[in-house]
Design a protein around this ligand. Structure first.
Ligand SMILES: [Zn+2]
Length: 464
């Protein structure tokens, strides 16, 4: 294992030492759209950035008969077709789709004069079904009805469902899907196995996707009760994804299952592991609140009117909320960060989920540099009614306390509120790109007011 990592690093080093021009023509990635290979301009290619497959957006959009406009000055791409309008900016991990802000797991990038966007964005926001064959480096894209341009789909059609991620931790198998699906679960003996079949489901953008009968595996070294977790495309037409969990040394297989916000969760903690003796009572009856000051460290967030990074605002306000909540006898508080560091979004999500927190609040400042007149407070939740209730209470308190323009409580597809499993909200306190609002937001008085409003909203929600 170690040896292969060293070998890998060594070959990466070699690759970096080879002059650029020799590797360009070696293996051109193909993009197949509705069965037809797209002609890629000479120096345009599909790239892999931190396990995200990124594709040149212009080539794809133009072939779908979208109208593509590039603004060199603002580094902005506008994509329009009939009623669909998408706006992306290089280096910015938020896009606009039909006037809604959409969070990307990786910002669009400029590579060799071409803007590339994550494949997942194309599937989620342009309604294409996507596939990635890592071995042959082929991206397959399928629009909803052949040659017709696709319209954004949010997963209500009968198209193939897609698996975006499979993880195993804390005795839980978590499968992230485009939309909820009821898998067929069966068990087998000798060895004990749990077989989870997802009907009409294929692999989406998850980096290494098994194809052609090959298998993917999760690393289960840390989990003594599990010997193997493997996944494959079990059937082709219609596609069916199968996950097999092989268990170690147990007399009977027990599990519970649930589906939360597009995630299928198979929980094996019931009987497969000897129950640990509780050393200290973990649940003191207190409510667990996680406060998440957005961005931090290497991730500045947006840049304000006076060129201050959003991360400083988020932390300043977060620490004030912390100071207030620490005095609450019925609340157990956890911060995702207390200094200028960058926990990744999956790390923030994991912290809250592992704690089994009751409330998750992510703090941000908004920005539209191109329209500095825009101002006001927005509060986001993702789908769950419990999150919406929390969002409504905090939002009302913020509007009352700060008196900013009320831009409403909205459903928003942000990772930290989508993938957390408790009541979770993302606060856009105000617009840092607005000169007057930035000054108001950064004032000591308003930071204190906002912190108190957040605390009041949380306490009202928790009925404390
Ligand atoms: Zn932010």
């Amino acid at each position: 294992m170690k040896k292969s990592i060293i070998l890998f690093l060594f070959s990466m080093l070699l690759l970096m030492l080879i002059p650029m021009h020799t590797h360009a023509a070696s293996h051109q990635t193909k993009i197949i759209l509705d069965g037809q290979e797209l002609v890629l301009p000479n120096d345009v290619e599909v790239v892999n950035v931190r396990s995200n497959i990124m594709i040149p957006i212009r080539v794809v959009a133009e072939n779908l008969k979208f109208n593509v406009k590039w603004n060199q000055k603002t580094q902005n791409v506008n994509i329009e077709q009939a009623s669909t309008a998408i706006s992306l900016t290089v280096g910015k991990d938020q896009a606009t789709v039909q006037n809604n802000t959409v969070q990307l797991n990786i910002a669009p990038q400029m590579i060799k004069n071409t803007v590339v966007v994550p494949l997942r964005f194309v599937s989620e926001e342009m309604g294409l079904r996507v596939g990635w064959n890592n071995k042959d480096k082929i991206v397959t894209l399928t629009s909803n009805n052949g040659s017709q341009p696709a319209s954004p789909s949010h997963g209500n059609d009968a198209a193939t469902n897609l698996v975006h991620d499979i993880t195993y931790a804390n005795n839980q198998l978590v499968v992230s899907l485009d939309r909820e699906v009821a898998p067929v679960i069966s068990t087998l003996k000798n060895p004990e196995r749990i077989i989870v079949d997802f009907p009409s489901t294929n692999f989406g953008n998850m980096g290494q996707v098994p194809s052609g009968g090959s298998m993917g595996r999760l690393d289960v070294n840390e989990f003594p009760s599990v010997t193997d977790i493997r996944y494959s495309l079990f059937k082709n037409d219609p596609p069916q994804v199968r996950i097999v969990i092989e268990l170690n040394n147990i007399s009977s297989v027990n599990y519970t299952q649930q589906t939360i916000a597009g995630k299928f969760i198979l929980d094996l903690s019931m009987a497969n592991e000897p129950a640990p003796a509780p050393a200290t009572p973990v649940n003191s009856g207190k409510k667990i609140v996680v406060i998440d000051p957005g961005h931090g460290g290497s991730d500045p967030g947006t840049i304000s009117y006076t060129k201050q990074p959003e991360k400083h605002f988020a932390l300043a306000l977060g620490l004030k909320v912390q100071a207030l909540l620490e005095n609450e006898p019925d609340i157990e508080l956890m911060m995702t960060r207390e200094t200028d560091v960058y926990p990744t979004r999956p790390e923030r999500v994991k912290l809250a989920n592992d704690l089994n927190a009751d409330v998750f609040v992510s703090i941000h400042g908004n920005s539209v540099p191109a329209a500095p007149q825009i101002s006001g407070t927005e509060t986001y939740y993702y789908q769950r009614e419990s999150s919406k209730a929390l969002a409504t209470l905090i939002h009302k308190n913020l509007i009352d306390a700060l008196g900013f323009n009320d831009r409403g409580v909205k459903n928003g597809n942000y990772q930290v509120i989508r993938e957390t499993t408790m009541s979770a909200v993302l606060l856009e306190i105000g617009f840092l790109s607005n000169q007057i609002e930035e000054e108001a937001m950064m004032s000591e008085t308003n930071l204190n007011k906002a912190a108190q409003a957040i605390v009041d909203g949380i306490k009202e929600y928790l009925k404390l």
